[in-house]
Ligand binder design. Structure first.
Ligand SMILES: [Zn+2]
Length: 317
């Protein structure tokens, strides 16, 4: 089955993965199709201005009627004076996206031609020649002037951001606290029923998140430091949990030993019961790796979309 981006390609739309948006310029009008996979929804948008209030009313009435006639798939369709917006909701999103987007374009173009609408810039709302740009986490129709302003704003942003230095020591403290939170949960779960599955992922994500909050900035170094600390604290928690377990077993065997003796025995205990220890801890460690993977993915997408300002359509300048 074709994925929605290849489906969009069949109707001449390109697709921007960073924002989940399909886009195409048709007769000077910039169309976007924003896909929300989780909600099984997509919204087709085009910025345009109609000449009179009467034509705005005709357009709105026409769109509402269209939505009424296609209740099963069309969630909403309206013109707010600046954009035509058609929202589709489908249980089978991937199957029908090309069909739905094509229909939305046809409906929009019909009214655009009938009413003599003109393309407008999404930001300044003036009737201008527009192109599609990816600005941070959005794909937007902008006039060249507004894009320049956005680009300059972005550069100012980047400059301001590089002034904020990463506070590594505070970040490490944050990571330590996050890791501790995960480790405490790990010990509790372990002693209650030896189910440590979620604690691993929580330790990774809490270490990463609190590092970012405390250090005020996240670099590649910060990612590895925070996840490394999270893992070390977690392993310490694991050791502690096994120690308590050993202590309790000796209590039960009516051969009480002290806490420190129990912790001294842990390495030996692990080598005797390697299979059991591995089984009790392996799932938590796997979810730690999964949590770390999520953090890494988050870090890379954040950095790719942040400060992004690129032109997607239009003739070369
Ligand atoms: Zn503009």
């Amino acid at each position: 089955m074709a994925t929605f981006n290849t489906q969009l390609q069949t109707i001449g739309f390109a697709y921007d993965w960073m924002t989940g948006t399909g886009y195409r310029k048709i007769d000077g009008f910039c169309f976007t199709a924003r896909v929300d996979v989780n909600a099984k929804m997509y919204t087709v948008n085009v910025s345009c201005a109609v000449p009179t209030e009467e034509s705005a009313r005709i357009l709105n009435d026409g769109l509402r009627q269209y939505a009424e006639q296609h209740k099963k798939t069309v969630k909403s369709a309206f013109y707010d004076g600046r954009h035509i917006s058609l929202c589709y909701q489908n249980k089978d999103l991937v199957m029908n996206i090309a069909e739905g987007v094509r229909e939305a374009v046809d409906v929009s173009m019909y009214y655009i031609q009938q009413l003599g609408a003109r393309p407008i810039c999404r930001k300044c709302h003036q009737v201008r020649d527009t192109d599609l740009y990816a600005v941070e986490k959005m794909v937007t129709a902008l006039c060249p002037d507004c894009f320049l302003t956005e680009q300059q704003k972005m550069e100012g942003h980047t400059a301001a951001e590089s002034i904020v230095t990463e506070n590594v020591p505070l970040g490490l403290l944050g990571a330590l606290l996050g890791g501790l939170g995960g480790a405490v949960l790990w010990v509790l779960f372990y002693l209650l029923g030896k189910i440590v599955i979620v604690a691993g992922a929580l330790a990774a994500m809490a270490s990463y998140f609190l590092y970012k909050v405390f250090a005020k900035r996240m670099s590649k170094k910060g990612v590895f430091l925070s996840l490394g600390i999270g893992l070390v604290v977690l392993l310490a928690g694991m050791y502690f949990a096994i120690g308590v377990d050993v202590f309790q077993e000796f209590q039960r065997a009516a051969y009480p030993i002290s806490f420190s003796e129990a912790f001294d025995i842990v390495p030996e205990y692990i080598s005797w019961n390697l299979g059991v220890v591995l089984f009790n801890n392996i799932f938590g460690l796997i979810t730690y790796l999964a949590g770390a993977g999520i953090c890494l993915a988050q870090f890379y997408t954040d950095n790719k979309t942040k400060n992004r300002a690129v032109r997607l359509t239009g003739t070369t300048l």
